[in-house]
Ligand binder design. Structure first.
Ligand SMILES: [Fe+2]
Length: 220
């Protein structure tokens, strides 16, 4: 899959693992992941975290995961990782996980520190949908980028495609409808709206790139 063009959020070069917060650690999932595959494990973890307190986010996550499953033809073996990230990308919204209030960072830290999840999965969640722009607006850019490096740009684009073509209730949406929905939900002055505006060129480019790759795979 070709990379998106100049509007690229994926410019962080290195990953640096730093000591995390001290949190209550539940049963580690590593042995389950090995037996079940990461996507199945991620679905159950996301269900546990989101279904009851945030049913709308849970519905959205199910829609995003369905989109990720549709990318198997272009992602091959990495589809399992992408689907797992799709399930878990918004867990940072869950009340029990909120710390900084910036959901990509809170979700990724939970995955890293509490669940001891795969580093690639943590990085995808940390940087999903051009999170660096919102991190800048929240004065969390240094925290985000020093703790979590970028993942392979094609996978970052793929997760952006899945998130930005799925509405808040899990229904598939055109990317322009999705962008409009975010602006209307938050209002023009909100930090999230301003961050999405900054990210829009990258988002549109990522969606176009993934759609082109999908179309190509269907005609091949
Ligand atoms: Fe999302």
């Amino acid at each position: 899959m070709a990379r998106a063009g100049s509007s690229d959020c994926s410019t962080i070069e290195t990953s640096q693992d730093v000591p995390g917060r001290t949190l209550e650690v539940p049963q580690g999932p590593a042995f389950i992941v090995n037996r079940m595959g990461q996507a199945e494990w991620a679905r159950e973890l996301a269900r546990t975290i989101l279904e009851e307190p945030l049913p709308r986010r849970w519905a959205h996550s199910q829609g995003v995961a369905a989109k990720a499953e549709s990318l198997v033809p272009i992602l091959g073996e990495e589809a399992d990782l992408l689907i797992a990230a799709a399930w878990l990308h918004d867990i940072g919204y869950a009340p029990d996980l909120v710390d900084t209030g910036f959901h990509p960072l809170d979700g990724a830290r939970y995955l890293r520190d509490v669940v001891e999840a795969d580093g690639r999965l943590c990085r995808l969640v940390a940087h999903h949908t051009c999170a660096v722009n919102e991190a800048r607006n929240r004065d969390l850019f240094d925290a985000l980028t020093s703790e979590f490096g970028q993942e392979r740009p094609e996978l970052v684009e793929a997760l952006t495609y899945c998130d930005m073509t799925t509405g808040p209730d899990g229904v598939p949406l055109d990317v322009t409808e999705r962008l409009a929905e975010i602006h209307s939900r938050y209002g023009p002055e909100h930090l999230v709206s301003r961050s999405i505006t900054a990210s829009t060129p990258y988002i549109l480019s990522a969606v176009r790139t993934v759609q082109a790759a999908l179309e190509q795979s269907q005609t091949a």
